[in-house]
Write a protein that binds this ligand. Structure first.
Ligand code: 3PY
Ligand code: MG
Length: 254
């Protein structure tokens, strides 16, 4: 059920927020991860097998622990976005947004009128109409739903100034991995050309009222990007599992 979006509240207050990508259809594991202190979990339909139907229980698992459930959708399509939101996501990551027109389409899909054209029905996100009128829900959903647009291609880097002017986008999120690929250096976000592109995005976003977000798998990378203005940070479950298990095994095998 859509409650106050604490991640969005913290961002409005200028605080940094931290979330973890999660791509397993296990609400039990999601609960365990949610209990570690994350601000939000991003249930990943893009790089994984999660479907909108998985969102219901995954959203419940996060909500139970005061963590904001978000969804990374498979594609920038109104029908897809609608299903993830109606099932319970409190916001969206939309990958591969490459033009201002596509960025505008994200907002139109995610918001009810008058700003957008999100399909309206009594859904799980709205408590099936049990707790408030549909009219009240549409206004509240427009306020609470977090909209995160990925900047992860050369085209998106070129269009980012236009994205900053679109009402309804909250976070402009750098995807270093896809961006490295798009710029001809696949898997090498440290390449100077990728670094330059990311720095130019940071400069543009700093002159706007949008939040800068980035995937930051290590604390050092996150600290570096905090200094560059980012306040919305994500990492991935697998990185933590890998590191903790390898450290353990290296230590016990001595
Ligand atoms: C990327 O690095 O491409 C991402 O999408 C990170 O989430
Ligand atoms: Mg990506």
């Amino acid at each position: 059920m859509l409650v106050e979006n604490t991640t969005k509240q913290k961002l409005r207050a200028g605080e940094a927020v931290f979330g973890c990508f999660f791509r397993y259809a296990s609400p039990t594991l999601a609960e365990h991860v949610a209990m570690q202190g994350w601000d939000f979990l991003i249930y990943d339909g893009e790089h994984g097998s999660l479907e909108p139907r998985d969102m219901e229980d995954l959203a419940r698992a996060a909500e139970l622990h005061g963590v904001t459930p978000l969804a990374r959708v498979t594609a920038n399509e109104p029908a897809t976005i609608l299903r993830y939101l109606d099932a319970g996501a409190h916001g969206l990551h939309v990958p591969w947004v490459n033009t201002a027109e596509e960025a505008e389409r994200v907002v139109v899909s995610a918001k009810y009128g008058p700003r957008g054209l999100r399909g309206l029905a009594g859904s799980r996100q709205g408590g099936w109409g049990n707790t408030e009128s549909l009219a009240d829900f549409t206004a509240r959903a427009n306020e609470e739903t977090l909209v995160v647009v990925h900047i992860e291609t050369a085209d998106a880097v070129a269009a980012v100034q236009e994205y900053t002017e679109i009402d309804g986008i909250d976070v402009l999120f750098i995807g270093p991995t896809d961006l490295s690929h798009s710029l001809g250096h696949p898997g090498n976000p440290s390449h100077p050309e990728v670094q330059d592109a990311m720095a130019s995005v940071a400069d543009v976003v700093a002159r706007s009222n949008k939040t800068l977000g980035i995937y930051a798998g290590s604390p050092d990378f996150a600290a570096d990007w905090f200094a560059k203005g980012a306040r919305y940070f994500t990492a991935g479950l697998e990185g933590f599992v890998k590191q903790a298990m390898q450290n353990y095994l290296a230590a016990v095998r001595g």
